[in-house]
Design a protein around this ligand. Structure first.
Ligand SMILES: Nc1ncnc2c1ncn2[C@@H]1O[C@H](COP(=O)(O)OP(=O)(O)OP(=O)(O)O)[C@@H](O)[C@H]1O
Ligand SMILES: [Mg+2]
Length: 498
């Protein structure tokens, strides 16, 4: 007999101006199961889940919850029906505490007027402890790393005691250890009969945690299968509609002279005595676990937060980089980990964002280049990176998460920086576009540029780097050549067990 579905979404369509995001999409989810929802960037995964979460209405289609047809016109209605959601974009309020964020909108009322902080903190402490998350609920969200914020979002979604939890790329900011921890949390949930809808571009995760997989393409339902019936290649071909064989297109480039030398760079409490060299034409991988200090080193290098001591040489000359504009003048570009906070102007168009870091390039003889040439350049970038948007005039906030990341890459690829720092460059990017970005990195170094790539995905580090340095708790713990690098070696450096 067919098992009862806890949730059926049937024939869902939804359009935005110029974009049909969903046409006849759907998913059928069983109680107590983990159901992966997969598809390329812009396939419509988040849109389908936002409809379920009451954030957006569908144009047509049906939602059947435990046999009853329902429709939600707000997130609170969806929550009342025991559906909660971890959003792809972090939604916390920075100047509130962890506990305030978790219980936002449902504070325990004391005397029906004020929220009693002590109660809320106690509840939050119990919740976080129960989930094994070691974060003090009394501290403000701004003080957390992105990874910690993501853990709080996870805890918040779980705290509603829902029957269905939607996780839209829950691991985009966390590394192996926290991912294992999330799996444990998920297994505990499914044991209690909770259904989890899990969106991720990381195939490893899908094979680790999913029971079933639904694939979407271009807003349409493609297929649903049990995980045992699928190989990685099956999922990839269902997603992209073609075979994709060349996963890490590393090009061999002659490595030249040093272009960047970092000597004993130290920032109190963050990192200590960091020394490394980057050569012309080289892709240097920077591996490590969350909180190892990798991003912090790059922030200091780029002049965003000053280091306390140490020396930086660019092309053999000592430099004193005190701001992002100093960094740019010295030929550095930094594609940041958190595209929302530091990388993109969301209310602005794709075009404005793409040209934002290289405006001087568009000024010829003191006159801003004509609209047509600017458009041409942006159209080229759109094509090159396959940015899915109806026009380059579209606001970035209306793009899917992965396509926002591509805009950010386009922006920095246009600058004529020689040293390009990429912090988690393919986070949230689908497999097809990922290999295109990797190919592009190859193109960059072929033209004599150099790349530092921070990545928490070991296959990416192993596949793309010429040389790999590893950080653990603010210190450099290892350096390996491409030939000698293996997952095990990197993990032991990253966990400080060598
Ligand atoms: N508010 C909006 N206005 C206009 N277009 C939108 C809006 N929200 C989504 N879209 C478009 O709908 C399509 C589907 O987007 P969606 O965010 O659902 O993709 P996704 O599968 O979640 O992709 P990703 O893997 O990149 O997160 C995209 O083309 C996107 O640009
Ligand atoms: Mg999405």
């Amino acid at each position: 007999m067919e098992e009862q579905y806890i949730l059926e979404m049937v024939d869902i369509s939804k359009s935005f101006p110029g974009v049909q995001a969903l046409k006849g999409a759907g998913i059928k989810v069983r109680k107590g199961s983990v159901h992966a929802l997969m598809g390329e960037n812009g396939a419509g995964k988040s849109t389908l889940m936002k409809i379920l979460g009451g954030l957006q209405p569908a144009d047509s289609g049906k939602i059947i919850l435990k046999g009853q047809e329902v429709s939600f016109s707000s997130p609170s209605e969806s929550l009342k029906n025991k559906i909660s959601m971890i959003h792809q974009e972090l939604t916390s309020i920075p100047h509130m505490t962890v506990a305030e964020n978790i219980y936002l909108g449902r504070e325990p009322l004391a005397g029906k007027v004020f929220v009693k902080d002590s109660d809320q903190n106690a509840r939050a402490t119990e919740l976080l402890q129960g989930l094994g998350i070691q974060i003090d609920p009394k501290i403000k969200m701004v003080r957390l790393s992105i990874a910690q914020m993501q853990l709080i979002e996870i805890a918040k979604a779980i705290s509603y005691n829902s029957e269905i939890i939607i996780m839209d790329e829950p691991t985009s900011a966390i590394t192996e250890r926290e991912v294992e921890h999330l799996y444990t949390m998920i297994r505990n949930l499914t044991k209690k009969g909770v259904a989890v809808i899990y969106i991720s571009h990381k195939l490893n995760e899908i094979f680790n945690i999913a029971d079933e997989v639904t694939v979407m393409r271009d807003g349409e339902y493609v297929n649903t299968k049990k995980i045992e019936e699928l190989t990685r290649q099956d999922i990839i071909s269902m997603m992209v509609g073609r075979e994709l064989t060349h996963m890490f297109p590393k090009v061999e480039v002659e490595i030249g002279e040093p272009v960047l030398e970092v000597k004993n760079l130290t920032r109190a409490g963050k990192f200590n005595n960091i020394s490394f060299t980057l050569h012309k034409g080289e892709i240097l991988g920077l591996a490590g676990l969350m909180g190892a200090g990798r991003t912090e080193v790059m922030e200091s290098l780029f002049g965003l937060v000053p280091a306390n001591s140490g020396e930086v040489l660019i092309k053999g000359k000592p430099v004193n980089i005190k701001s992002a504009s100093d960094a740019k003048k010295n030929g550095l570009a930094f594609i940041t980990e958190d595209r929302k906070l530091t990388g993109l102007f969301l209310p602005h168009s794709v075009k404005d964002n793409i040209i934002a870091a290289s405006l001087d390039r568009f000024v010829v003889g003191g006159i801003f280049m004509n609209e047509k040439s600017v458009n041409g350049i942006c159209e080229d970038q759109k094509k090159l990176l396959r940015i899915k948007t109806p026009t380059i005039e579209q606001k970035v906030k209306n793009l899917s998460g992965g396509n926002q990341q591509k805009v950010l890459l386009a922006k920095w690829l246009l600058t004529d920086a020689d040293i390009i720092i990429l912090d988690e460059p393919t986070r949230g990017i689908d497999v097809g576009a990922k290999s295109e970005i990797h190919a592009l990195m190859g193109e960059l170094v072929k033209t004599g540029k150099s790349v530092i790539m921070i990545s928490s995905e070991l296959p990416e580090i192993l596949g793309m780097s010429d040389r790999i340095i590893v950080m653990h708790e603010g210190k450099l713990t290892g350096e390996v050549s491409r030939q000698d690098a293996t997952q095990d070696v990197l993990m032991s450096f990253a966990t400080g067990t060598i």
